[in-house]
Design a protein around this ligand. Structure first.
Ligand SMILES: [Zn+2]
Ligand SMILES: [Zn+2]
Length: 195
């Protein structure tokens, strides 16, 4: 896998019943792009797991590949961070899909991912796949979920279940950035050499 010099990805995801399919075009070197875990009690409830595995990006990076007619929203006003969040899920299968905050940041979940493509601009390798509608100067290469790299930041590590070690080497913030002396927002950027 050779994603060390690449930070632009096209991620294709869907819910369990495939009623909702979407694409995320994200550059992991630019905030608010972030791959993280959250151990807070509300993320546990929303995902039904003991932590949430999250990709954060701007809402403008998201495109539905068909009208999301089964998308339902729940406004979560009881966040530990005091920031209300709109949590969205599929009405048909119940998959957790998105979490949207007041600044327009969107989170989706790594467990929904079907395909991860790396953008390889100006490559001369004619054997690479070319996505529909792209010029022949932009090539895409499937790298799978692991191609995105590991989560590098964990929120609400104070609420992590004891038998879960978390991700080796990640920054483990007790709560959220900016709260209780946690690293500020800028430090969400993927550390150099992290994969
Ligand atoms: Zn569904
Ligand atoms: Zn959370």
């Amino acid at each position: 896998m050779s994603n060390a010099n690449h930070s632009e990805f096209l991620i294709r995801s869907s819910c369990l019943c495939s009623s909702i399919k979407f694409e995320i075009d994200v550059d992991l070197s630019k905030p608010p792009a972030l791959i993280s875990l959250c151990h807070c009690s509300n993320c546990k409830k929303f995902t039904g797991s003991v932590f949430q595995t999250t990709l954060t990006f701007l809402g403008t990076s998201l495109e539905f590949t068909s009208p999301p007619t089964t998308l339902k929203s729940y406004v979560d006003r009881n966040q530990a961070s005091k920031n209300p969040l709109t949590r969205q899920f599929c009405l048909t299968c119940g998959s957790s899909l998105f979490c949207i905050d007041a600044k327009g940041e969107v989170e989706s979940y790594l467990g929904l991912v079907d395909s991860v493509l790396i953008r390889e601009s100006n490559t001369t390798d004619a054997d690479d796949d070319v996505a529909d509608g792209e010029t022949n100067r932009t090539k895409w290469k499937e790298v799978g979920l692991e191609g995105l790299g590991r989560p590098w930041l964990e929120f609400y590590a104070k609420d992590r279940v004891k038998w879960c070690e978390g991700v080796q080497g990640s920054v483990k913030a007790p709560t959220k950035p900016g709260l209780e002396g946690n690293p500020p927002f800028e430090s969400r950027v993927r550390p150099e050499g992290w994969h």
